[in-house]
Design a protein around this ligand. Structure first.
Ligand code: TXA
Ligand code: MG
Length: 320
């Protein structure tokens, strides 16, 4: 992107406009987090229920502590993982972000994204940018600019092309409360990585614990989410293949095309969960566009980013 395109995007944000912003996880639909009207436009464009809070993206940790109260653990996590795919849910400071962003809650989710274009927008505008994934509510998150396409053009969104997203699935969302860390959504930073920094294994929230942190059942937390338009079923190793023809397989390491499958997408031939995560949403989109009636997907080992991959697969299958 040219310097003048970036200048135009900064001006557009300052005037309350929407920008489709590349990040290292997925593309986000960004707006000034302090501008109620701009934030409302995000909800309208995404057709997203207003009870779901948005993540506020910031240029660095200091910009985060201006919007939320820091704690020693929050500082440690930010120092270890920012810029990067970790969202910290902290007690918000009054008046810094729109109530629509936080759904009126006392907490706010903050993260510093690891993408040069996103960081440039944040630094040059000095804004906090509220940005959910740039997809219509409940659909697969976009990992290229082409996935987003013209979907939000009617809402005046500027599309910034930052190439394909390195991580490929969303940030890990953790709540930090009284120095306790709870994983609300597994994502690009693994539980093992958090463990290494914290010195203990953080709790993985159950559905009930997650609900306590939210005003109402929220997307990304709903059972059916990230869904392709075709039916998706999951298959554990050793289980039977789908009956009938016209189905496609989303395999982890893959080998031969399974019996009866028309088409296969392999997430990582060498079984690398990081590569698999980066390809997951693009693979589901390929299969969704293929001439098949249903998709079957293989669960991956639960280690490292495998936890987040399986979480997204279960939700896409409506089994979250
Ligand atoms: O990687 C990502 O996190 C991407 C990119 C664009 O940064 N963003 C993203 O946003 O995935 P979204 O809106 O699709 O998902 C945000 C998740 C939601 O499940 C929401 O409930 C949770 O974060 N969240 C945000 N603020 C929260 C808060 N104050 N308390 C609890 N959960 C929160
Ligand atoms: Mg999303």
């Amino acid at each position: 992107m040219s310097a003048s395109e970036i200048t135009a995007a900064v001006a557009h944000l300052e005037q309350g406009g929407l920008v489709v912003m590349p990040t290292e996880t997925v593309y986000g639909l960004a707006a000034n987090a302090a501008d109620d009207e701009a934030v409302a436009r995000i909800f309208a464009a995404k057709q997203r229920p207003a009870f779901d809070p948005l993540i506020v993206h910031v240029a660095d940790a200091d910009a985060a502590w201006k919007r939320a109260f820091d704690t020693p653990v929050a500082r440690r996590l930010a120092a270890a993982f920012w810029p990067g795919p970790l969202t910290l849910v902290l007690q918000r400071r009054p008046g810094c972000v729109s109530d629509l962003v936080t759904s009126g809650m006392e907490t706010v989710g903050l993260r510093c994204p690891d993408h040069p274009l996103a960081l440039e927008l944040l630094r040059r505008s000095g804004l906090g940018l509220a940005a959910p994934s740039a997809n219509i509510f409940g659909r697969t998150s976009p990992t290229t600019a082409a996935h987003v396409g013209e979907q939000f053009a009617a809402y005046g969104a500027l599309l910034m092309d930052g190439g394909s997203c390195r991580v490929g699935l969303e940030s890990t969302v953790v709540a930090v409360q009284h120095e306790q860390v709870v994983i609300l959504r597994p994502g690009g930073i693994s539980r093992e990585q958090l463990h290494a920094v914290l010195g203990h294994e953080p709790e993985l929230a159950s559905r009930d614990t997650r609900a306590q942190h939210l005003p109402a059942p929220a997307p990304g937390m709903l059972a059916s989410h990230y869904a392709p338009s075709k039916p998706l079923r999951l298959r554990a190793p050793g289980q039977a293949w789908p009956r009938g023809s016209q189905w496609g397989y989303c395999a982890f390491t893959g080998a031969d095309l399974p019996d009866g499958a028309t088409v296969q997408e392999v997430l990582s031939p060498h079984g690398d969960p990081i590569q698999a995560a980066s390809r997951l949403f693009a693979a589901l989109r390929q299969l969704d566009a293929a001439p098949i009636a249903q998709i079957c997907a293989e669960l991956v080992p639960d280690q490292g980013l495998g936890l987040a991959i399986n979480d997204r697969l279960r939700r896409a299958a409506g089994m979250g």
